[in-house]
Each structure stands twice: as C-alpha cells, then as structure tokens.
Design a protein around this ligand. Sequence first.
Ligand SMILES: Cc1cc2nc3c(=O)[nH]c(=O)nc-3n(C[C@H](O)[C@H](O)[C@H](O)COP(=O)(O)OP(=O)(O)OC[C@H]3O[C@@H](n4cnc5c(N)ncnc54)[C@H](O)[C@@H]3O)c2cc1C
Length: 335
Amino acid sequence: MSGVLVILEIQTNSAQRAGRISRISWEALAAGQKLAAAQSLTLTAAIIGADTESLATEIAAKGIATVRVDHPLLAQYTPDGFTLALHQLIQSETPNYMVFPHTYQVRDYAPALAARLNQVLISDVVDIAVQAGDTGPVFTRQLMQGRLNGNYRATGNGPCLISVQAGAFRAEPTQSATTPAAIKPFTPTIEAAQIRTKPGEPFRGSSQSVDLGSAQLIVSVGRGIKEAENIPIVQELATALGAELAASRPICDNGWLSMDHQVGSSGQTVSPKLYLAVGISGAIQHLVGMKGSQCIVAINKDPDAPIFEIADYGIVGDLFEVVPALTAAIKAAKQ
Ligand SMILES: Cc1cc2nc3c(=O)[nH]c(=O)nc-3n(C[C@H](O)[C@H](O)[C@H](O)COP(=O)(O)OP(=O)(O)OC[C@H]3O[C@@H](n4cnc5c(N)ncnc54)[C@H](O)[C@@H]3O)c2cc1C
C-alpha cells in the first residue's frame, strides 16, 4: 500500500454511542487525510473487531478505502489481540504512516506495537505541517501541560506511528461518495493462548452520564459560581440552549458536579461548536481541554482573565447578572 493507514476505534464506553465509530476516530481520519494529501499518498482506514461489516460499509460509503480486520478473538479489546492483529496488518499493507486516535485503548497498545516494529510512537499530536522542500512532515506535540510545543520529524524507515489529540483536527461531516470505496477483508492469525489478559465487561457510562466528547454545545461553569446552590443558574442556561453542562476542576473536586463533567488536562477534551465558559479563569490545565472548540464565549468579571485571550467573544460582567439575562433572552428568542 505504502500510504497512510488510519486506525478507527469502536466506541465502548458511552451508553449513547456504544458500537459506533468514535468521534475522535473521525478526527484521526481528518488528520490522515491531511497527511495523505500533503504527501500525495493513498489513504486507507482500518476497523478492528469481530464483525465489522456494517462499520466498514459506513466508512467505505464516504469514499475511503477500508480494511476490515475481523477475528472472533478481537470481539473485545485486549492489548495482545490488537497488537498481534495490527502487526500482521502492517506487514501486509506496509504503510508509510499510521494514524491513531489518542484514546485510552491506543495509549495501551500502540507503544507495544511501536516497540514490536522498532519504532517510536509520536503521541498526542496537535498539528501536522508539511512544507515544500521538507524531508517529511513535522508533528507538533504539547509539552508541560501545553506551555510549550515540541516539533518532531520521523527519521529512518517507517512506518511512522502517530496518535492525534481529541479536538486537534476537525472532522467535518463527510458526504457519501457517489461510488463507495473498496472494502478489503483481513483475517489475522491469532491463537487464544496468545491473549494473556481476560477482558472484563467494558466500562460503560450510564445513559445519564455526560458525553461531553460528542456534545456540540457546552456551557461550562467555574469557581466564579461561588457555591453549589448557584449551579442551577448555569444549568438553566445550558437547558435553554440545549447544551451539555461541564465544569472546571474545582467544581468537580468540591463534588458540586460529578467528575465526568470536568474539562481539562485531567478531565475530558472537548471540541464543540460552542463552548460557553462561565466564571472560569482560563488556567492552562483547563484550556488544553477546550481550546479546540469552534467558538469560545467567556463570561468573567475580571477583564484580565486569561480565558479572554482565547475567547472569540467575551462578556466582562457579573455572571449572576449576565447569565439570567442571557437565559431569558434565549428563552424569549425560542418562543
Ligand atoms: C496537575 C493539575 C491538573 C489540573 N487539571 C485540571 C483540569 O483538568 N481542569 C481544570 O479546569 N483545572 C485543572 N487544574 C486546575 C487549574 O490549574 C485551575 O486551578 C482551575 O482550572 C481553575 O478553575 P476556575 O477557572 O473555575 O477557578 P478560578 O481560577 O478560581 O477562576 C474563577 C474565575 O471566576 C471569575 N469570577 C468570580 N466571580 C465572578 C462573577 N460573579 N462573575 C463572573 N466571573 C466571576 C474570576 O474572575 C475568575 O477568573 C489542574 C491543576 C493541576 C495542578
């Protein structure tokens, strides 16, 4: 093949999206498309599991050549199973580049796969730059909680393995192609004895739990809200907008909202169309989790709050005045 091979992941940990291709996988595909276009390489997607026919059809319908990596022992994720299957796939397809979504699963098996190939994994990539005359693409990773960027170039013989950060590459909804692309089945050779771990039941958030990763609208609340009793003020705004409610870390640490609401370096990474930050200062650990949002609106009484440096729109004011007024205006506009 000698091109770009993107590994897509089947979501398991969300009650709403279980069994579907995860959103960050589409972002990895967008990164792969960028890489392939810049290097004039072919693009192929691969999906791994026990019966991936319908998912492979979904991908191929978008005009993307797809490999179905199917084996009964891949029904549930195991690092041994995935490493074995992908190693064989690489030997068969000989890609120059492999692009993974930077998920917990990928963090688990991709370093082992890279070690098998005597390669490094360039993980959590936020940008890919290819300039005319360059010897190859430059991959950017964030260092020290996003304070510094590091640029990396792959040397030596490939394949070059990269994983991409959630929210770093925008996955535009892809239209169906007039002619679906080809689907190639690939059955790896795996013996049950080669799988050393026994998978338990996959963790699945309850249907009530917050799926911030796929939310298009997010209203996020910070310490400016002062106490738990005031959270409903922001919840009401979220409800009026049809948005998910999220929070900065102190809100979750205090137990005012559950931990699955937390956005940031030790919480979730989100990339909604709208991120409305209410009483959030904009600490770097918060910013790394939401700076990929398409439109950021901040409400803060401090005109020098760092959140305003990345906000598209800023409202300098007391949230206890601004938020109820905004909620009322949205409700009125919807009537
Ligand atoms: C290892 C590590 C990991 C971390 N991970 C995360 C993480 O994942 N997510 C995260 O969020 N943080 C994380 N943090 C914490 C982070 O450093 C900040 O402490 C935190 O983000 C601050 O939250 P905040 O903006 O809500 O609160 P503050 O920084 O206290 O800001 C509150 C803001 O509200 C404004 N305000 C106050 N009253 C009003 C009012 N009436 N109207 C309008 N505005 C008002 C203030 O001007 C201020 O800007 C982490 C820290 C460390 C060390």
